[in-house]
Design a protein around this ligand. Sequence first.
Ligand SMILES: Nc1ncnc2c1ncn2[C@@H]1O[C@H](COP(=O)(O)OP(=O)(O)OP(=O)(O)O)[C@@H](O)[C@H]1O
Ligand SMILES: [Mg+2]
Ligand SMILES: [Mg+2]
Length: 528
Amino acid sequence: MAYAFDSNNPSARLVLLPNYAPLNLINPNFLHHHHHQVLFPVRFALNPALVAQIEQDRSISLQQFMNDEGLVPSREEEQRRCNVIRKLKEIIIKWIKRVAYLHKLPQNLVKAASATILTYGSYGLGVHNAESDIDALCVGPWFASLTEDFFVVLHDILAKRVEVSDIHCVKDAKVPLMRFKFEGISVDLPYAQLQVTTVPENVDILNPLFLNGIDETSWKSLSGVRANNSILQLVPDVKIFQQLLRCVKLWAKRRGLYGNLFGFFGGVHLAVLTAFVCQRNPNVSLAGLVSIFFKTFASWPWPTPVLLQQGIMMPRHHPEARSLMPIQLPSSPHEYCHSNITTSTFMKIRTEFCKGYRLTQDLLKSQFDWRNLFEPYPYSKFYQQFLKICLSTSNEEELGDWVGWVKSRFRGLLVKLEEAHVFYDPSPTEYLDTTVQAPNVVFYWGLIPGKNNVLDLDSIQDGFKKTLGTGQKEVTGNMTLSVIKSSQLPKTLQLVDTHSMFSDTGQTVPLCPNRVPHRLVGYSVPSI
Ligand SMILES: Nc1ncnc2c1ncn2[C@@H]1O[C@H](COP(=O)(O)OP(=O)(O)OP(=O)(O)O)[C@@H](O)[C@H]1O
Ligand SMILES: [Mg+2]
Ligand SMILES: [Mg+2]
């Protein structure tokens, strides 16, 4: 560590120079001319070339960190996903020919008929990792209906394929879709029907020619693709946007802020916040953008909405406009991303933005270390009490469906806890309680009851059970709530807080935090 000291003014602060800062990069006039006012922050003392050099180094070390985390998929993993999409496209083409035939269309129309797959979500943005699903929109012609041809004919074709497992139809959602695994990779497949016979492979869904006469559901299903297209068009540099979004997603996951169903962010929210920062700061390095990201949102005057397209007037009566953190859905004028953020999760998110800002505001600090930003959230140290949510089924096959169902209704539980005036931190991580015989998944949510506040758990549990009993549901299981002290948390969970790793010893082990439940309805939570 090197220090430059202003000897003419002993009360002036020491100017800290990073270890590797070559002295010749220090603005030579600085110490000389400004020795009566060395109170400038250190960055002003440095030659801009040095600042740029350090930022560059920080960006490289951040990229190195991300690579070491294994977040960027390997070439083989990419290839696997490409193969899945190629095979899906082949299946869709065969399907549409069969549907045309079943509808007894004339030969020339059968010949001309086509359908395609458009990817969106994190895969479409190029920020997916090995755990991400593939969001693939099936786009079909005028004669292929959602209810029959998609949910019955295509479903049956897919169900018969050896590559496909765990296939489910989610019909009652805002964006109806089929969810399945294809060669082990989760796929979300919604459907949009265009009023044309031939759907080109790379159909331009922004072209009004294709959008003529489109129905409401198809329009909604197209919104994910539209959002992706416009994000990619609005950011000045796609590559740096992707890098920043990967960092932001990792930060959100590590700090327990990723999961729309838990009242936190989904991928789309973070994509818009990231695009917003990139849009306003072209030509800034990755490290600089991370710093600006936290600065921007630590001081954001919520509930002022975050808008990517400034000219668009967002309607005040929109239900999401009243949400605590409204975020515009790009390219869908007058639409916001759906969010489940509550007062508790809002407070946690804001605290974490501020913490992120504190940790990244001074990139020039010599002891700067990216690991601090991505440190796993230490739940067991933060909270003295936890709400334990135990979900179980009598056999393993039903567990995924049951957990997915309960998660899709978690909003009801968040609202009930909010009404009970407790502060809660709904950690999305899933654990397995090995002291329970039945196949199970356990959640531990941090709790801080309000003053003089006794939590009436029975009434919350009864109310939530009622919520679970309504709507379309094929499986049932058990759900119990209990409050435990942090000292009663399984030891491995406390270990996880410090090491964030999977453990196969002890009572309770975390499952894959991104385990994708089959019936998880995503953002289209049924109304509760
Ligand atoms: N809350 C939401 N509001 C609006 N659109 C959403 C919402 N959630 C998902 N979507 C749409 O569906 C797409 C896929 O969502 P998904 O939940 O798979 O997240 P993702 O961005 O792909 O991240 P991940 O890598 O976790 O899968 C999003 O990109 C978005 O277009
Ligand atoms: Mg996805
Ligand atoms: Mg998805």
